[in-house]
Each structure stands twice: as C-alpha cells, then as structure tokens.
Ligand binder design. Structure first.
Ligand SMILES: [Zn+2]
Ligand SMILES: [Zn+2]
Length: 422
C-alpha cells in the first residue's frame, strides 16, 4: 500500500490542473437548487475519470463513492452553491464554496487513481451538496410546495432522503477570513430558528372607548421586555441572540391596534440552549398575551442546528495540519456567529469542519476573492487527504457512529425540522 506521502503526491503533481478547475468552479456561481451547470461540470469530470456517481439528489446534489465502506465509511461534504452579487450582476462564490467543490474533486481523483481504498474495507462518499446558504426562500418554498423538496437546505433534504444513514463520520472544510494564520480547528457554528408571534386583540376608538379594545402593541411591548430579561438567564458563552423587531402593529392613532407581529431569530451555540430558548420564547409570548387578554399565534421556520465538532476526529485533523504549519498558525476552537447546515450533520454523526485561510475581501460580498491558491487548494487538500489516509489505515484513529444512538437522534432531529423542539 502507498504511504501517506506517496498519496499526497497525487495533489502535488496535479497542482496546475487543480488551480484551473478552481477558477472554473469559482466562475460558475449558481444559487442553491439551481446549480445545474456546476453539477454538469462535476459529472463530466467524474465520467472522464471513470468514477460512478448518483446525481439529481435533492435536485442538484451528487454523490460519488469509492471503496466498499464495510469497515469504515467516511463522508466528505462539499457545498456547491453561491450567492447573488450585491451589484445585481449575477452571482458570485462569495462564501468560497467553489473551493470545497474543487477540493472534493481533487481528493476523488487522487483516491481513485491510487486505488488505495480498494486495498482496505473502507469507503469514502463524496457529497456535493446544494443550497447551503439560507436564502432565496420564495424559490425554495415554491419547490417545497410542488413536492420537489422537503426542506430549504441541501443537507437537510439529503439527510431526510437517508443518504447519510450508512455513514460513520463527516469531514468538511470551509474558507475562513483569518489573516496571518493557516487553519482553524474545532470552530463552533451558531444554530438558529426563525420565530414569528402574532398578537391578536380588538380594535376600538382610542379616545372614546379604549377600554373596549384589546391593544396588541401593549402585548408585544410587554413581550419585548420579557425577551430582553430572558437573555439574562443564559450564560454569555451559550451565544443566545434574540433581536426581536415589530414587523406590523398599529395603523391609525385613533384606533386601538388589534394585530401586532413580532419576529426574531433565536440563535445559540448549542442545541440545548437553542431548544430551551425557543421554549422560553414561546412562554414569554403566551404569558404576556394572556396577561392582557390577547390572543396569540406562534409560527416557526426551522433554521440550522449549532455545530459541535468531534474532538476525536479533530485530533487527527490537527495532526495533519501540523505537518504544514506551526501550532501558532492554527486558531483553536473559535466561536463563530455564522451558521451552516453542517451543524445538522454534526448533531447526527461525528463531524468536523476545519477552516482554511487564503481568501481576501469580505464574505458574502462582491469583494471576495481567492488569494492564496496553495493554501486553499493544495495544503488544505493535503490536510483532508492525510486525515482520510489516517482514518482508513489506522482503526484506532476512527470515531465510531453508534447506530442505535443515530436512530434516536434522527427522530429527535425530525422533531426539530417539524418544529416540535419541546
Ligand atoms: Zn455563506
Ligand atoms: Zn459557506
């Protein structure tokens, strides 16, 4: 069998072709569930290399598997979607997902050509996942209404379709904005749920007979106060964010308002906090409405779960990073306010997502660009490929998925997706 260095050479000798593919995918920027050209480019390469795959999963997703996966089955997850440009001129890969796509293809080719997986009982499935960015709701909800999708994000649909059921662990990488460092490891991602509370009261003349009305702005104001007090009940590191706004309420100064709408995201760094905060949010709305004899309705739009990474897998990742940089160049366990649907995978399966530097400009902005090709495509690729090598050749490095636990967690997860987080 090849040693690690020999396997990593596959990336080194392909360097120029990888950079070119990186440029091609960076320029092919399509929004979530519209990644048709991107998917075509991916499958053309897989055809050329003779790698079998399944396509059109959750509309535009692709999965290619190498090896049997009987002993240990690794999933490498690459986002493929982009964002709209701020100047209105099409789309741009301003979150760097094209780098993940390119990395996935580089690793696929290296593992395929080396034939290394066939010498083990392990397998790696490459998931090219659509629609990670949580945007474009009208379009996605339209697809859901037509029965083409069940949820708004690519990974959520792929989980629901059962494609992750046989996987033992999930590996991924995402560009970060850190300058002066090479990587980050064990970062959090915040989870969130969108909440909408409608207070229902009774209109009346505000001068002649206000006592006959039931003022919904009063209910919403009371709830705003309760929510700001609620934030005090969670420790700072839990990352609870509640920023309620009133999106409707009041029309004429002469009339007691009978409908007021309060909306907020509930964000938190861990599931427990997120679920508990959602529950207490509902309590605040319910009791403030009842205190003032108002009706209320709460609706939820499910977001993403917070990401908690596998410490065991990150030990392997960190070891591979240290082959290319000093420990000072690795940012340890940063707390990120960003969110991603990889958080949902992390809830179900041992998961990691390391960060790599090498991009410039601002994320989600037209100024975003790739600056350090070597770190984005080659060094990060080597960290990932080296991690895969360690997992397939050294059983002691593996973090095992507990099947029974997975089934229980999946049930809990579907409760979350269907808003029954209580
Ligand atoms: Zn993004
Ligand atoms: Zn992203």
């Amino acid at each position: 069998m090849l040693n690690k260095e020999e396997l990593l050479q596959y990336l080194e000798k392909e360097k120029q072709a990888i950079y070119q593919r990186g440029d091609t995918f960076f320029q092919c920027a399509e929004l979530g569930f519209c990644e048709v050209e991107t998917a075509k480019k991916i499958t053309e390469l897989l055809d050329e290399w003779g790698i079998p795959y399944e396509k059109e999963i959750a509309l535009t997703g692709i999965i290619a598997t190498l090896g049997s996966g009987k002993g240990y089955h690794i999933a490498f997850v690459a986002d493929i979607d982009a964002l709209p440009r701020k100047d209105g001129k099409g789309n741009i890969h301003s979150c760097g997902h094209s780098i993940q796509t390119t990395m996935g293809l580089s690793l696929l080719k290296a593992l395929h050509e080396s034939g290394i997986l066939e010498q083990t009982d392990c397998g790696v499935s490459f998931f090219f996942t659509p629609a990670e960015e949580y945007i474009d709701f009208a379009y996605r909800d339209g697809l859901i209404a037509k029965g083409k999708l069940e949820f708004r994000s690519g990974k959520q649909n792929m989980i629901a379709l059962g494609y992750f059921d046989e996987v033992n662990c999930v590996l991924s990488a995402h560009a970060n904005g850190d300058e002066g460092t090479k990587f980050d490891v064990d970062s959090t991602l915040a989870g969130f749920m969108a909440k909408k509370a409608v207070f229902m009261g009774r209109a009346a003349h505000s001068g002649a007979a206000p006592h006959l009305g039931r003022n919904t702005l009063h209910g919403a104001t009371l709830a705003m106060n309760a929510l700001s007090f609620l934030k005090d009940q969670f420790a700072v590191e839990k990352g609870l964010r509640l920023n309620p706004v009133l999106t409707a309420g009041g029309g004429s100064v002469n009339t007691i308002p009978d409908v007021t709408v309060l909306e907020t995201y509930v964000r938190a760094n861990d599931n427990e906090t997120l679920f508990e905060a959602c529950k207490r949010f509902d309590g605040c709305i319910e009791h403030c409405a009842k205190a003032l004899d108002l009706g209320y309705e709460i609706s939820n739009t499910v977001g993403y779960l917070p990401l908690a990474q596998s410490k065991g897998l990150n030990k392997v990742v960190r070891g591979n990073m240290l082959l290319y940089c000093s420990s000072e160049e690795i940012v340890e366990s940063p707390i990120s306010g960003a969110s991603g649907d990889v958080g949902d995978l992390g809830f179900l399966i041992p998961t990691i997502q390391f960060g790599f530097s090498g991009v410039k400009g601002r994320f989600h902005d037209d100024s975003f660009a790739i600056a350090d090709y070597e770190n984005c495509y080659i060094t990060s690729g080597k960290v990932m490929l080296g991690t895969i090598y360690d997992l397939i050749t050294n059983p002691d490095s593996r973090v095992q998925q507990n099947k029974k636990e997975y089934i229980g967690k999946k049930l809990e997860y579907f409760g979350w997706l269907h808003h029954n987080y209580q």
